[in-house]
Structures are given as C-alpha cells and as structure tokens.
Write a protein that binds this ligand. Sequence first.
Ligand code: TA6
Length: 292
Amino acid sequence: VDISPSSDRVTATLPTGESCEVLLYGATLVSWKSEGGQRENLWMSDAAKVDGSKAVRGGIPLVFPVFGPPPSSSHLPQHGFARISRWEFLGKSTSESDSSVQLDFGLMSSNLSPEMRAAWPCEFGVIYSVTLGRRSLETRVVVRNEGAAAWEFMWLWHTYLRVEDIHQTHLTGLSSTPYHDRVASAHLTSEPSPTPLTITSETDRVYHPPDPQSTITVHTPAPRYEITRENLPDVVVWNPWEEKAKGMSDFEPKDGWENMLCVEEGSVREGVRLEGGEAWEGGVTVRLVEEG
Ligand code: TA6
C-alpha cells in the first residue's frame, strides 16, 4: 500500500490498483477508484475549489456540526465547519492480506479558526476513518465531547456518487419511507407503493427510513452501489437538476447533474446530544455490486 501524505492530500493505493485520495482540507475524499483503478465512483465538479477557498463541490464533504443553513443567530457556515477546516492525517493501517487500507484523520476544537471557535465554542474531538477495499469504501466517525458541558451536533456524509446517467438511475430501499421534501418544503410521505425511486427533477429529500439497518441501493447501468449505515437514522437524496446546476459557479460541466446523485447518510433531523466525556459513532459502507 502506497501512502504519499504530501502537504495537502493523502493517497492510498492497493497492490491491485484500487485507490482513494483525501484532501486534508475538510478531510474531503475527492477520489475513490475501483476495478484496479479504472473506475472513478465519486463525482467531482470540474470547477471544484480544492485550494481552501470554499467547500469542495463533489467527492465526500463532511457536514458537522450543523446540517443545512445554521440557526439565524449562529455565525456557522452552511453545513458547518468540518468541510472547510484543515484536518490532521493521523496515519494508516493495512490489513495483513493487503486487500484493504485504513486512513485516519482528526479534527479538534483547537484546530479551528478563531471565528469558528467563537461560532461554536464546544470542546470536541472527531476521528474520521476511511477504509478502502477492493470493491468497497467504508467511512466511520467518532465524535467526542471533550468538555464538561453537554452539547448537540449533527453529522452527515455529503456524498456525490458518480452515475452513468441519472435518467437510467433508480433507488431501492427508500420507497414507502416518509421524507421531508426540501424543494416543496413540506413533510410528505413517499409513494406508498414500494416502487423504485427515480430522479426526474430537482430533488432534495430527507428520508427517515423506519429500518435503520435497511440497505439503500443505487441502480445505474454500471455496478450498483449498495449502501449500509450504522447508527445513522437519516438519508438525504439530492440532485440540483438543470436550473440549480446553472446557478452554482463551482458546478461544471453544467450538464454534470446527469452524472451525479448525492446520497447522504447522517443524523440531521434531530441533533445528537453528548454529555461531557461522551462519544458517538456512525458509519457508512458502500459496496460495488455488478448489476444482473
Ligand atoms: O444535501 C442537500 C443540500 O442541503 C441541498 O439543500 C443543497 O444546499 C446542497 O446540500 C449543497 O449545499 P452546498 O452548501 O454544498 O452548496
């Protein structure tokens, strides 16, 4: 396994060629290649900023400690500060069989800029682990309250999956699940019949699957993505569609919405409360399974 922790990113490559690349900026996964390194599974905008000037448009940005627009009284940025902070690379560990490699990253309240510390003065420590397998990517997080006073947070992986064609993509595992529609800003219950979910216009939904162990599958003309969660009650499905893509300066190419789908796992409907010294952990595994 080759780890080249250059100054701004860490790349891990398995002997069989699969690889992942993580920016220290936001601990943002910007590439996950399978099939010997031939297939990229994450969508990245051609105009994504990776110089620290703004959150990366693509890959897997981390949302913490708030999801969405912050409370009006707060000075936190949209989706919090994790994705725009510099994380520390804590090291790697490989399995004996060399068929997987784990990269660990950390963010502490002491790493934050003064303004972010002021915006969210809670003592915290986050350890984020990325484990690359030949046909899988596992991401895990432990959030710990390092202070004495209790506080609440939200966590979400804002994952931009690459799809061959959004018009030939459908999801299973979310049908007949209640969701909050952020486009129509109404709380709706999804179609009662367990029909696969297709994406036919701007979509921004926060699902709350009744079975937290349910597998969500993204069927595309290429290997399907089978997504399982641990301790994460919510799943956001987002595609900006044509108009909103046009309106994002860092979203390129403008028809790129046809090749991406955000399937985002987290705990965002309600905050997670941690007493002083308490820790919370969550995880997501995405497996690649040949269709058919
Ligand atoms: O996860 C969906 C969402 O909350 C959408 O409402 C949209 O705002 C998207 O995230 C992108 O947000 P960003 O701050 O990365 O532009």
